[in-house]
Design a protein around this ligand. Structure first.
Ligand code: NAD
Ligand code: DAU
Length: 339
């Protein structure tokens, strides 16, 4: 299929975070004619080191908030597309303090949509499979683009609200939008509050890993580079107004993932602590990505989870300076929550 859209200049919101920075690198490496402007507020989750090495002539960093309409008026007119990753992204944080999630995920998406509407700018919205709620462990069904919305947490409900705004701006104003809902990402540069990097860095620090509830919750893991390539396919070839689910058939339960980490890092399979479950903890996520694969021809490259996990463990082992300063505060926050 030919590209229907060939942007020369894109704004990547949240590009100093885990997935947004991977996307910025992916675009610079794979799309030689595209200029990338990262717009990021550098919250606790943003890190300029994630963008190091990007070439000055093809990359601009703007330090700012997606809720700042005046700033958006300055930078949006000169771009062909907005690829919107910026968000408060962590479920546990949304349970202890939901307010920033509503501001950034709902109000911020609204401001971006308004800026895109004023300028007729193509808009791709990066969302999550969590908007669909959860599935039972013993049910073979997976999420599809037709699954009903049943978000469980303040985080996932704020993302569901943002999806609805994007759909409305397409239907009412004819804004050229696409939405992607992806499953759990893993890989280098993921914040150490998240499951896989938390456990790796715990072991590196001599702290016992922590498993919520009964450890049987299932997540559908995808390497973040596969998320990036899928977002590019949807941005350039996706049909306006459509939603595409992104996943790579990576369903695993948490205890199996933790045991794989323990084994690779030379620990016993029971060298971890059971801790308090997350309130409203979704049981299982699973993605059917048939639409994306059939319509746009996308395929994941990182299909060997063991290999991806080895690389991820090696990255955190080799890049202690990237995460070490944040570790005490992250663990203190979890400890206060009994997790
Ligand atoms: P992250 O928390 O690592 O990064 C978020 C980035 O957004 C940070 O750089 C932060 O500084 C920036 N940001 C936050 N609020 C902002 C604001 N008001 N204005 C400007 N910048 C702001 O998140 P992530 O894991 O990389 O997730 C990126 C996107 O992908 C999110 O929209 C998330 O919902 C979605 N997503 C994540 C996953 C996953 O597994 N992590 C899966 C599916 C979808
Ligand atoms: O499904 C996509 C979503 O995946 C994204 O929208 C979110 O932004 C992203 O954070 C992620 O959400 P999860 O809540 O699934 O990810 P998290 O890494 O927080 O937890 C993964 C699983 O591991 C979950 O079942 C909770 C469990 N867990 C987590 C932590 C931090 C533990 O058992 N122990 C832990 O210490």
């Amino acid at each position: 299929m030919e590209n229907r859209f060939e942007p020369k200049s894109i704004i990547v919101t949240g590009g100093a975070g885990f997935i947004g920075s991977n996307f910025a690198h992916w675009v610079i490496d794979n799309q030689p004619d595209v200029h990338v402007t990262v717009l990021d507020a550098l919250t606790y989750a943003g890190n300029l080191d994630n963008l190091s090495g990007l070439p000055e002539d093809r990359f601009t960093f703007v330090h700012g908030n997606i809720c700042d309409a005046d700033l958006l008026d300055e930078i949006v007119p000169s771009s062909d597309a907005i690829v919107h990753f910026a968000a408060e992204s962590h479920n546990d944080n949304s349970i202890s303090d939901p307010a920033p999630f509503i501001r950034t995920n709902v109000e911020g998406t609204f401001q971006l949509l308004e800026a895109a509407r004023k300028n007729g700018t193509r808009f791709h919205h990066v969302s999550t499979d969590e908007v669909y709620g959860d599935l039972a462990l013993d049910d073979p069904v997976k999420f599809t683009e037709d699954s009903p919305y049943f978000p469980s947490s303040p985080y996932s409900s704020s993302k569901a609200a943002s999806d609805m705004l994007v759909r409305a701006w397409n239907r009412t104003y004819g804004l050229d939008v696409t939405i992607s809902n992806c499953s759990n990402n893993y890989g280098p540069r993921q914040h150490i509050e998240k499951f896989i990097p938390r456990q790796i860095t715990n072991i590196l620090c001599g702290i016992r890993p922590k498993l919520y509830g009964d450890g049987k919750n299932v997540r559908d893991w995808i390497h973040t580079e596969d998320h990036s390539s899928a977002v590019w396919e949807i941005l350039t070839k996706g049909r306006s107004g459509e939603t595409y689910l992104i996943g790579a058939d990576g369903e695993k339960n948490n205890i199996d993932v933790l045991r794989a980490i323990l084994d690779r890092m030379g620990k016993q399979s029971d060298d971890f602590d059971w801790v308090r479950d997350r309130p409203g903890h979704d049981r299982r996520y699973a993605i059917d990505s048939t639409k994306l694969q059939r319509e746009l021809g996308w395929r994941p490259k990182h299909t060997d989870f063991s290999e991806g996990l080895d690389d991820t463990i090696a990255w955190y082992t080799d890049n202690e300076s990237w995460w070490k300063d944040a570790k005490d505060a992250v663990e203190a926050k979890y400890a206060a929550q009994g997790q």
